[in-house]
Design a protein around this ligand. Structure first.
Ligand code: TYM
Length: 328
């Protein structure tokens, strides 16, 4: 049994990319491991958030965790801001990270590009993410491909700290799906599917109406070859749809290719649209139940209590090693 930790930002509508890249693995891993799954609200505010929208989106992500099948008796589900140890270790980690390595983070470069003023929090974000992971001694981190660089930095910071202050942190490993680690936009397969894309047709939101989803998939960009084949270099659009299909149907890419051999894209897209709609309908029904039941706050309270217990032990250890006077 390993310790697993991950988080999703409540910064917009969660997409099929978040589900396939991360959440689906959260559900899977909870059966074999000790899991901590957060709603990373402290990370979300590194770009401006409307307070009412942040509250709503935070509750949405928590309810989607439950609706997707994360079982609060198996995994601790909590809001990052309810566990102050994250912010405290995050500050300590900003003194371990260097400006140069933070400047190299592609997420920082993308989000700050062309902006006149960039919040300092956006810059030090990876130090907080490192703290999220290291404060639990987490070993397996289920994420999509775009978080790999942050995880490498986390390992570098852990190593540097261990070297300076003695063996303190365990090295975390990314846990990334083989297909679908990077679900791309439906309108442009060179960009990842993102909840912050202004064109809603580019992503499938987990809370999109099934009729809207059908339309989005039927309009998704394809090539003109009419050959259902996984070839991300030459056929990125179809390969992306194949990745989604494979995850939702639980079939291998080869099985799907065989199923549509000799057919045009029409039947493939139609079946994919049905599959996704049939997957989302029960998920959304459970989501509505969770939101109405009022159980969310109990789940979040329990999750935060458990998380605080574990995190405080590590934080105390870190502070002693760094030379802080501990209260007596
Ligand atoms: P965030 O909120 O951007 O995304 C949440 C998770 O979804 C994955 N993901 C995708 N996977 C495949 N295809 C896509 N198009 C796609 N878009 C998003 C992300 O890789 C991520 O796993 N920094 C993190 C949140 C975080 C975190 C952590 C994660 C904060 N602390 C500690 C793990 C451990 C983020 O911004 O994820």
């Amino acid at each position: 049994m390993k310790r697993v930790l991950s988080g999703i930002q409540p910064s917009g509508q969660l997409t099929m990319g978040n589900y396939i890249g991360a959440m689906q693995n959260f559900v899977k891993l909870q059966h074999e491991h000790e899991c901590f799954f957060m709603i990373v609200d402290l990370h979300a505010i590194t770009v401006p958030q409307d307070p009412a929208a942040l509250r709503e989106q935070s509750e949405q992500v928590a309810a989607l965790y439950l609706a997707a099948g994360i079982d609060p008796t198996k995994a601790s589900i909590f809001l990052q801001s309810h566990v102050p140890q994250h912010a405290e270790l995050g500050w300590l980690m900003t003194t371990i990270a260097n400006m140069g390595e933070l400047e190299r983070m592609t997420q920082f470069k993308d989000k700050s590009e062309g902006k006149e003023s960039v919040p300092a929090g956006l810059f030090v974000y990876p130090a907080l993410m490192a703290a999220d992971i290291l404060v639990y001694n987490a070993e397996l981190i289920p994420v999509g491909d775009d978080q790999k660089q942050h995880l490498e930095l986390t390992r570098d910071l852990a190593n540097r700290f261990n070297h300076r202050y003695g063996d303190t942190f365990r090295m975390p490993e990314p846990y990334i799906p083989e297909v679908g680690a990077r679900i791309m936009s439906l309108d442009d397969a060179s960009k990842k599917m993102s909840k912050s894309n202004p064109n809603a047709g580019s992503y499938i939101a987990l809370l999109d109406d099934p009729a809207v989803v059908r339309k989005k998939i039927s309009r998704a960009k394809t090539d003109s070859e009419a050959l259902v084949k996984f070839d991300p270099v030459n056929k990125p659009e179809i390969s992306n749809l194949l990745g989604i299909y494979s995850h939702i149907a639980g079939l291998s890419v080869a099985e799907i290719e065989a199923k549509y051999e000799g057919q045009m894209y029409g039947p493939f897209k139609k079946d994919l649209a049905e599959l996704v709609a049939n997957f989302l309908e029960p998920l959304q029904a459970r989501y509505r139940e969770v939101r109405q039941s009022g159980e969310l706050y109990d789940v979040l309270k329990q999750g935060a209590e458990r998380a605080q217990e574990v995190a405080q032990l590590k934080l105390d250890d870190v502070k002693k090693r760094m030379g802080f006077v501990m209260p007596r």
